[in-house]
Design a protein around this ligand. Structure first.
Ligand SMILES: [Zn+2]
Ligand SMILES: [Zn+2]
Ligand SMILES: [Zn+2]
Length: 230
């Protein structure tokens, strides 16, 4: 990974850590400084089952993940995720054998359905098909990282490494983004919503220059990130 680049949490494409938009899929991220931040010393609880997450090494290189030893799901912080995709792209595949469904069995389906909260900020994560049309459905906080349930790590990473290598989505994903009328309609609706948030923010700012823009900003960005929530 070159200085100040990260891999998009929505498709794996390589993007600048400073610029929020992914050049491959167009997703807007909010990770900013979190992209290069060193891991925190404390481990948050598993967003699925509440056990403490444990730092696990994924390769001989620097790749790590915070794993739940009970349900085998894992949280990849933005930096972890970028290193994992880099390692895989560079011919050092990660070891995913401890990240499959545990022998004691998968979590019951009704425990896998609810949306999860980001272990870092506790906001509900966005759920979507990784890379628009890959079979993996993942949960992302665009500020902090990605939650993968047991078995999903091995599905998502090779797909992401392929996207990163070519800096393009697979043809069927590109076609889906181009041709899907529902997707286009949703995109337009969200653009209108973003514009209305922007208008409110501008009006508030005119009325009171000390007004804090951050809440309007995060509403705008989260509605934009929901464009990808399909
Ligand atoms: Zn992307
Ligand atoms: Zn768990
Ligand atoms: Zn978060």
């Amino acid at each position: 990974m070159a200085e100040a680049t990260v891999h998009c949490l929505y498709c794996g494409g390589l993007q600048s850590a400073e610029h929020p938009a992914c050049p491959v899929c167009g997703a807007i991220a909010r990770f900013g400084a979190a992209a290069s931040a060193a891991p925190e010393a404390t481990s948050p609880p598993c967003p699925r089952c509440g056990r403490a997450l444990v730092l696990r090494r994924l390769s001989d290189d620097a790749s790590t993940a915070l794993q739940c030893e009970a349900c085998h799901g894992c949280f990849l912080r933005v930096r972890d995720w970028s290193l994992v995709v880099d390692d895989t792209e560079n011919g050092h595949p990660i070891d995913t054998k401890d990240f499959v469904v545990p022998e004691s069995g998968a979590l019951p389906r009704d425990e896998l359905v609810p949306l999860v909260r980001c272990p870092a900020c506790h906001k509900e994560m966005d759920r979507f098909h990784f890379g628009v049309r890959s079979p993996a459905v993942v949960d992302v906080c665009d500020a902090h990282g990605m939650w993968l349930d047991a078995g999903e790590l091995a599905q998502v990473v090779p797909y992401a490494a392929e996207v990163a290598k070519s800096q393009r989505l697979p043809a069927e994903s590109e076609a889906a983004m181009r041709d899907d009328a529902a997707f286009s309609a949703k995109l337009r609706a969200d653009e209108e919503q973003i514009e209305s948030h922007a208008e409110i923010a501008r009006a508030n700012f005119r009325a009171d220059p000390a007004y804090r823009l951050s809440e309007d900003w995060s509403a705008m960005l989260s509605s934009f990130s929901r464009i990808l929530g399909r």
